[in-house]
Design a protein around this ligand. Structure first.
Ligand code: AMO
Length: 448
């Protein structure tokens, strides 16, 4: 294809010019002498208009009619090279339109299964490879991309280097109940649940490090917040207190939201996400509440009309209705800090003077989007860590490398993991996590 193609998103730079766009026909309408094509190229959607008399004038009676008729008969998702003049058009959502002067079919499409009518979720999930072409899915993927980009930018600007943890691992990072096990030449190996333990080794070698890759959890939960394979942004940093770590996490989440506002405003528009609300989350300090204060609040409000949750006692874990209520109560992203040690992983450092509680925080997104970050200050003492490993029924031999980090120059250090798809769901304002990743892996869903 020798022609220089223009992306739809760049069309505003070419008003009055003739451009050629490589695209697909998302939809078609029109009557008699006029055909309207909804064109998409992955960057945006916009309308092209073909007018029969123009074709006849340009190509002559016979060839012009043939071209125009071919346009009128285009099927949904036919791939086309469309040439036309860019015009401003205030009536259209995109603000621009293409006055089509020529069209070449590149790839035919017949009986495209996803039509403009409503389809059920199962049908769409079975056709995920095609569903991704829809306007909403395009917008969500653009937001995902903006978050990834902003993440790399933030870490780079804050002195972090990327440190890739292995995916195959000989030990459990989080717990032993939701591991995917595989055979590694006769030995058991597990798909990584989190790169954290390896990242801690990285932090002792290189200082501030981060990791971004897929992690796996064999969680049998069928909720709108759980995937069995998801992408985690994990960071680890030495010589930092838990409070400083929360500041860093807050700055990070704000940078991600800002990145989406800057790089994917059109996607937010398509999803009708309230950008002012997102700006408010950047402008105001996040809330911080202790686990115990949160439990007390939940108890005090359990008879309220909007309190759609079960009674909780100090020591209980939160369910998603509790998280939703807490985040709605504060109306801002909220760190819940210092959970009971019994609810959290073995590697967290106890709160000084309160060993039943650990120096950790979950960041709850507002509007009921659930937990987006889990983080903590790590245990630095060799003996305490060893004891915790044993208490948790884990084999210290499997954690020899991790224990070593406490033998050779152990320092205070903290880290956190952000679930990319939870963040995407929150920023995009979409209710179900399955739309936040190209090909979701969930309970009973491994295809396509
Ligand atoms: P945690 O287990 O809290 O922490 O996970 C971190 C973040 O990952 C996301 N997440 C999920 N996203 C989709 N589907 C799931 N099944 C799922 N489970 C978790 C959430 C969560 O906040 N090692 C620590 C991180 C650290 O301290 O460095 C960890 O894995 O957004």
């Amino acid at each position: 294809m020798s022609k220089e193609l223009v992306s739809i998103i760049d069309v505003p730079k070419h008003v009055g010019e003739e451009v050629t766009i490589g695209s697909w026909v998302a939809n078609k309408s029109g009557k008699g002498k006029i055909a309207f094509l909804q064109l998409r190229d992955g960057s945006a959607f916009f309308q092209g208009v073909a007018f029969k008399p123009n074709f006849i004038e340009k190509f002559g009676e016979e060839a012009g009619l043939e071209k125009f008729t071919a346009i009128k008969h285009l099927n949904q998702e036919t791939a086309v090279l469309v040439t036309g003049t860019v015009k401003e058009d205030e009536r259209s959502k995109f603000g621009y339109e293409l006055d089509i002067t020529d069209l070449e079919i590149v790839g035919e499409s017949e009986n495209y299964p996803i039509t403009p009518k409503e389809h059920g979720t199962d049908f769409l999930m079975d056709h995920r490879h095609l569903w991704l072409r829809s306007r909403k899915q395009m917008a969500i993927m653009q937001i995902r991309n903006a978050i990834i980009y902003a993440s790399y930018e933030f870490f780079d600007q804050n002195g972090f280097i990327k440190f890739d943890s292995p995916i195959l691992s000989g030990n459990a990072a989080e717990n032993t109940t939701d591991l995917f096990e595989t055979d590694y030449f006769g030995e058991p190996a597990f798909l990584s649940q989190s790169g954290q333990l390896y990242l801690e080794a990285g932090a002792m070698a290189l200082g501030r490090v981060f990791d971004f890759g897929p992690v796996f959890r064999a969680e049998k939960s069928k909720t709108r917040r759980h995937l069995t394979e998801f992408w985690m942004m994990d960071a680890e940093y030495p010589f930092m207190s838990h409070e400083q770590s929360l500041d860093l996490q807050e700055a990070y989440v704000k940078a991600l939201i800002q990145g989406v506002l800057d790089r994917a405003p059109q996607a937010l528009d398509i999803l009708e996400r309230d950008s002012d609300l997102l700006r408010k989350y950047i402008a105001e300090p996040f809330k911080r509440v202790s686990y115990d204060d949160a439990i007390t609040l939940l108890q005090e409000h359990e008879a309220d009309e909007d309190a759609d949750y079960e009674h909780v006692e100090h020591g209980d874990d939160f369910g998603s209705p509790h998280e939703t209520w807490i985040s709605n109560y504060f109306g801002l992203p909220t760190f819940v800090v210092n959970y009971p040690a019994s609810l959290k992983a073995f590697y967290m450092k106890p709160v000084p003077d309160n060993p039943d509680r650990v120096l950790c925080a979950d960041l709850l997104a507002p509007e009921g989007y659930g937990e987006i970050i889990g983080g903590s200050e790590r245990e630095t003492n060799y003996d305490s860590l060893l004891e915790k490993i044993r208490e948790n029924g884990l084999n210290p031999d499997d954690y020899a490398f991790y224990l070593d980090l406490r033998k050779y120059g152990s320092v205070p250090h903290c880290g956190f993991g952000l679930g990319l798809e939870r963040m995407v769901t929150f920023v995009a304002g979409t209710k179900h996590i399955r739309e936040a990743i190209p090909f979701p892996r969930m309970l009973h869903r491994i295809k396509p």
